[in-house]
Design a protein. Structure first.
Ligand SMILES: [Fe+2]
Ligand SMILES: [Fe+2]
Length: 450
């Protein structure tokens, strides 16, 4: 009984460090007409593109000095002060990539500030100047966010966020004006960046339920209306022989063991049904962000006949500060590579170490706060915090190899018990579900990867 109570307490503890959980329960029933088209082969056109996500741009003019901003940073692990430099560095480098277009999987801004969205949109014009079209979707931080503020000395002041309509207007040249179709129920849309390739930009966020002055909802979902719009759009794609690539903010499958149990808000609600639905209509590649980690997962349906990949890219403001370049070849291979920002003007030589240390120390602070709430003694926290942080940082980089061995010496009885109960999570973060995360080639014909 004690063990059960402690497990309940620990789940609450872990949720307070990052997020809550929500198992996927809905079962997808494919319409017969979709199944009739399921075996129809599609050919992807040759193309290449860049994937950027979670730049969380924050204009330094909104305040980067003073105790209020510092207090905010102490509860956050993002390189917010450097976010503009990181976004500029990523654009400068990615603009030189051999690529036809760029997709950005949301969390454009720190907290949906209109000022920051306008800054992002202005900077994205540089991709267009380099001959690359850009397509964006919102992340959970981007729309109707009650935490849009500026920092002045020891306090913060509310500033305007954006409505859904304003988001679409600000990014009109980055997806919305070029859309072949738009979902009336969300900020989702359909584009055709290259003839024969449909790009389905899905708004997986719950911004319509955000409340003024409150934290924006972290979780994501396809509303029934959006689910139906996506099915209808994918049916048309099958009928017209278009290959489809999907991108959105929230993940559609677990990226580590126990992902749904501990951090369900990082996966779209009913993620099993969503993955099965997309796969039923022939979608093989889904690009996501949100967790700030480099990870690729896959699911296989229909006795191995269908494989769908969730290619999650890490955040520009979280070490290792990656973006991806994807090449689709005539031979129907998707070749995924990762690049890393290794210098910015304020850290020309030491950026990699600085960024890695920033997230490591930030996670230690968050773990410590959570453990204080659960009355773990100081020796226990000193023992435990680095282990949590090492496991988390291991997951952020992808291609996890070293399984963590939990060291409980000197942690005290309660501390030892808490560490024991964290085992599933630390195991999850240090266990890489197949396939590889940073470099991967997917055969789009067979669904296999190497
Ligand atoms: Fe994010
Ligand atoms: Fe997010």
């Amino acid at each position: 009984m004690l063990r059960v109570l402690h497990r309940i307490a620990l789940v609450a503890l872990i949720s307070s460090v990052l997020l809550s959980c929500g198992p996927s329960s809905r079962v997808y029933q494919a319409p017969p007409e979709a199944l009739a088209l399921a075996s129809k082969a599609v050919t992807y056109p040759k193309t290449s593109f860049v994937v950027i996500t979670d730049p969380h741009v924050y204009d330094p003019a909104l305040g980067v000095t003073g105790s209020a901003f510092q207090a905010y940073l102490d509860k956050d692990r993002k390189l917010l002060k450097e976010s503009e430099e990181l976004f500029d560095a990523a654009i400068d480098r990615a603009a030189t990539e051999e690529a036809d277009f760029v997709i950005i999987c949301g969390d454009m801004t720190k907290d949906g500030e209109k000022n920051n969205h306008l800054m992002v949109a202005e900077k994205l014009k540089r991709f267009q100047a380099a001959g690359k079209s850009v397509f964006v979707v919102p992340g959970n931080h981007d729309v109707a966010n009650g935490e849009a503020v500026r920092f002045v000395g020891d306090h913060s002041e509310p500033i305007p966020s954006v409505t859904g309509a304003e988001f679409a207007d600000i990014y009109r040249d980055f997806g919305y004006n070029a859309a072949l179709d738009r979902d009336p129920a969300s900020l989702s849309y359909l584009a055709e960046p290259v003839p024969g390739l449909w790009l389905l930009a899905v708004d997986s966020c719950k911004w319509k339920d955000n409340r003024p002055g409150h934290h924006a909802i972290t979780g994501g979902a396809y509303s029934p209306e959006t689910f139906g719009w996506i099915e209808a759009t994918l049916m048309r794609a099958r009928q017209q022989g278009k290959a489809v690539i999907v991108f959105q903010h929230h993940g559609i499958m677990e990226h580590y063991p126990h992902n749904a149990k501990f951090y369900g808000d990082y996966l779209v609600d009913d993620h099993d049904a969503v993955a099965e639905m997309l796969s039923t209509f022939g979608v093989s590649l889904v690009f996501t962000g949100h967790f700030h980690a480099q990870d690729i997962s896959r699911r296989v349906f229909d006795e191995g006949r269908r494989t769908i990949y969730d290619i999650e890219t890490g955040s520009l403001v979280t070490s290792p500060c990656p973006y991806r370049r994807v090449r689709v070849t005539d031979g129907q291979k998707a070749v995924i590579d990762s690049r890393f920002i290794d210098a910015i003007p304020s850290h020309p030589t030491d950026f990699k170490t600085y960024a890695a240390d920033y997230v490591y120390q930030g996670t230690i602070k968050l773990a410590d706060e959570a453990l204080i709430k659960y009355k773990v003694s100081e020796p226990g926290r000193v023992k435990f915090n680095p282990q949590v942080s090492r496991a988390y940082v291991t997951h952020l980089k992808g291609d996890e190899k070293a399984r963590i061995v939990i060291d409980t010496d000197g942690a005290g009885l309660w501390g030892k018990f808490v560490m024991f109960m964290q085992e599933d999570l630390l195991y999850g973060w240090t266990t890489d579900l197949p396939p590889a995360d940073n470099r991967l080639t997917i055969d789009l014909t067979t669904g296999k990867s190497e």
